[in-house]
Design a protein around this ligand. Structure first.
Ligand SMILES: Nc1nc2c(c(=O)[nH]1)N(C=O)[C@@H](CNc1ccc(C(=O)N[C@@H](CCC(=O)O)C(=O)O)cc1)CN2
Ligand SMILES: Nc1ncnc2c1ncn2[C@@H]1O[C@H](COP(=O)(O)OP(=O)(O)OP(=O)(O)O)[C@@H](O)[C@H]1O
Length: 223
């Protein structure tokens, strides 16, 4: 077999293993009821609020949660607004084939609503996105102090399995062209930590600096 073919086989094996794991974790997340999600989410935010890297970050990339199967980020958003942090949120490209994503600056008024996103339009996954009349300011390399990362599953080596479109992988690759290191803090609920297998990783997958779960924090960061 040629070395080229070996490379293709390897990618195909990784892709299939990722798909299997996504199915399993999506199924496990369906078992959680709304109360489980709320309780676990607030335990995660209490841990995040104590992190020096969070406390010192002025400009933070966050995400606005999907209605189901994910940590609820309302508590995080409210805390950021109350502390006067500048927020950037995902906006996916209109061309869904390209899987392009920007993190866009959230322009808030003098007396901001901590749940501003509740009035925003939603995309095809029911995720709120910035309204058309908000100035389009996309995060540039070096601009963010911290990114709070979504993901479907994580392991103890801080590898991440995303929703499968590569949005964050591509975004982070673009943000890398800056001298400033960008701390990546992933947040997840208990069923999303896989203990029996490792997350399959390809070359473009970046490990997280920290994974914050309801009952523990994996990894560390200097403030
Ligand atoms: N809240 C939140 N916002 C985010 C992300 C995220 O993970 N969470 N993303 C992180 O990248 C991007 C959106 N990526 C997504 C990619 C796929 C699906 C999704 O549900 N896909 C399939 C699932 C079914 C299947 O394939 O089996 C679907 O369309 O139903 C959702 C979000 C940007 N915004
Ligand atoms: N930096 C990159 N440049 C180009 N293509 C990429 C890059 N990162 C990932 N991809 C492509 O994106 C697709 C999805 O990748 P993968 O399955 O690793 O997504 P994911 O990490 O689970 O998703 P996400 O980042 O959206 O949460 C793959 O086909 C992969 O080749």
């Amino acid at each position: 077999m040629t070395s080229d073919n070996d490379g293709n086989d390897k990618h195909e094996t990784i892709r299939r293993a990722k798909q299997e794991l996504r199915k399993r974790i999506r199924r496990a997340m369906k078992e959680l009821n709304d109360q489980d999600v709320q309780e676990q989410s607030s335990k995660v935010w209490q841990r995040v609020f104590q992190l020096p890297v969070y406390q010192s970050a002025q400009t933070v990339g966050v995400f606005l949660s999907m209605p189901h199967g994910e940590i609820n980020t309302d508590g995080l958003i409210a805390d950021c607004v109350q502390r006067g942090k500048t927020l950037y949120v995902p906006e996916v490209g209109k061309n869904f084939e390209h899987c392009d994503m920007e993190l866009r600056k959230v322009e808030l008024d003098e007396d901001p609503d901590p749940q501003f996103h509740k009035k925003w339009p939603t995309n095809k996954w029911n995720i709120p996105e910035p309204p058309g009349d908000m100035p389009v300011l996309a995060a540039q390399p070096g601009e963010l102090d911290l990114v709070i990362m979504p993901g479907l599953a994580f392991d103890r080596s801080r590898n991440r399995l995303g929703q499968g479109k590569g949005y964050y992988d591509r975004f982070l690759a673009r943000m890398k062209s800056s001298d400033k290191t960008l701390p990546l803090v992933a947040v997840a609920l208990s069923p999303q930590l896989v203990e029996d297998v490792s997350i399959p990783v390809a070359e473009y997958d970046q490990p997280m600096d920290m994974v914050v779960l309801p009952d523990e924090v994996i990894g560390s960061l200097e403030a």
